[in-house]
Write a protein that binds this ligand. Structure first.
Ligand code: NAD
Length: 367
């Protein structure tokens, strides 16, 4: 079997700092679990602009298309704020998402028991929470035509168009059903079929795709009711699939159920490649955090959990992904806290590298 390939793009700000900790984890899996990766590293965002005058070099783009998975840190920072829009660091990330055609965005909302007090909701509502939101990422109202601000009579009118083709709905639905099969076999689809034709089509197509997954319990909910249910009793959900706009809102809402930005991983998946693996980009939800960059304060867990998602969804290593997540859980339960996780109850303060080392030690203890 060929060694699976991984392209690491640390990016800017705290990106490179948290990625150093992920490299420790990758090395651990090679040394202790005989799980090896062919790892290459390249520049993205401001770092790529500084060297190449572009936020993503063509060679890096080509490499990203070939590898089994891409793992990205974060891009951006005040140094690049005045750059022309076409070369801003974020354009590097957007180009990756667009050219890899990553239509399925996976955002887990998982609440580690040790951090349940961090949520703005009551502890019993969030403790043990483990849900996944699948957001359609490449179509819908953010891309539909016509769009723009036009003159109409004696005033301006702003127009955006919600547009979905059957195939766009079907492919993200399929990806959500596949995911539900690997999890609790429950899928809730959210749209606004009561007021939007695109929502009616969404519901019909998701139902059709569901016929291929009789084991998955499919339900439908209007997205506004879904937002209420997510805050009322989020544990009723397993996997949620929704469109680009509703997914943008609902995944942020669900993410905040669990507390800190430094804890949130994500995956963006595309169509299967020749080897059957989906095109995939894994990245923490947070940005480059310029306010704490270079100070050893960044929480590396979001990036480490993004690698755990890569183990599960790109490399079929679900057991090892669970091992890594359990190691994170153990370290948190022992009271280790980077600055962002330091609540009123205190804890043992650790630096970025201290947290990475503790997770490696917890992995050691797991075998
Ligand atoms: P941010 O996520 O970088 O930071 C928001 C706040 O959360 C900051 O106070 C930061 O210190 C804190 N924070 C974020 N990640 C943390 C971590 N791992 N550990 C501890 N604390 C953490 O968002 P922002 O400040 O709005 O944006 C900063 C830069 O990042 C901007 O240039 C923005 O464009 C870029 N950005 C990039 C991405 C990405 O690469 N995907 C996403 C969002 C923002």
């Amino acid at each position: 079997m060929t060694t699976p390939s991984l392209l690491i793009l640390p990016g800017d700000g705290i990106g490179p700092e948290v990625m150093i900790e992920v490299r420790k984890i990758i090395d651990w899996f090679g040394a202790k679990r005989d799980l090896h990766f062919d790892v290459a590293e390249a520049l993205v965002g401001g770092a790529a602009y500084d060297k190449h005058g572009t936020p993503l070099h063509d060679d890096t783009m080509a490499r990203a298309q070939e590898v089994d998975a891409v793992l990205l840190g974060a891009v951006g920072g005040p140094k690049y704020d005045a750059l022309d829009f076409s070369v801003k660091p974020e354009r590097g990330l957007l180009r990756l998402r667009k050219e890899m055609d990553l239509f399925s965005n996976l955002r887990p909302a998982q609440c580690f028991d040790a951090l349940a007090d961090f949520s703005s909701l009551k502890k019993d509502v969030v403790a043990g929470l483990d849900i996944m939101i699948v957001r359609e990422l490449t179509s819908g109202v953010y891309f539909g035509e016509p769009r723009g601000i036009f003159e109409e009579g004696n005033e301006r009118v702003g127009i955006n168009t919600q547009r979905y083709t059957e195939s766009e709905i079907a492919r993200v639905a399929k990806s959500a059903f596949e995911l539900a099969m690997k999890r609790g076999k429950k899928l809730c689809s959210m749209e606004k079929a009561n007021v939007m034709e695109s929502g009616i089509l969404w519901r019909e197509v998701v139902t059709e795709v569901g016929r291929d997954y009789p084991e998955v319990e499919l339900s439908h909910m209007y997205a506004d009711a879904g937002a209420m249910q997510l805050t009322r009793w989020p544990k009723q959900f397993d996997v949620i699939v929704t469109d680009n706009l509703f997914g943008d809102l609902l995944s942020d809402l669900a993410a905040m159920l669990t507390g800190s930005l430094g804890m949130l991983p994500s995956a963006s998946l595309g169509a299967p490649m020749a080897n059957g693996r989906p095109k995939a980009l894994y990245e923490p939800v947070h940005g480059s955090a310029p306010d704490i960059a270079g100070q050893g304060k960044a929480n590396p867990i979001a990036c480490i959990l993004s690698f755990a998602m890569a183990l599960r969804y790109s490399f079929d290593q679900g057991t090892e992904a669970t091992r890594l997540e359990a190691a994170v859980e153990r370290v948190l339960a022992e009271g280790l806290r980077t600055a962002d996780l330091m609540g009123p109850e205190g804890g043992q303060p650790v630096s970025t590298s201290g947290m990475g080392d503790a997770i490696v030690a917890a992995l050691d203890a797991s075998i």
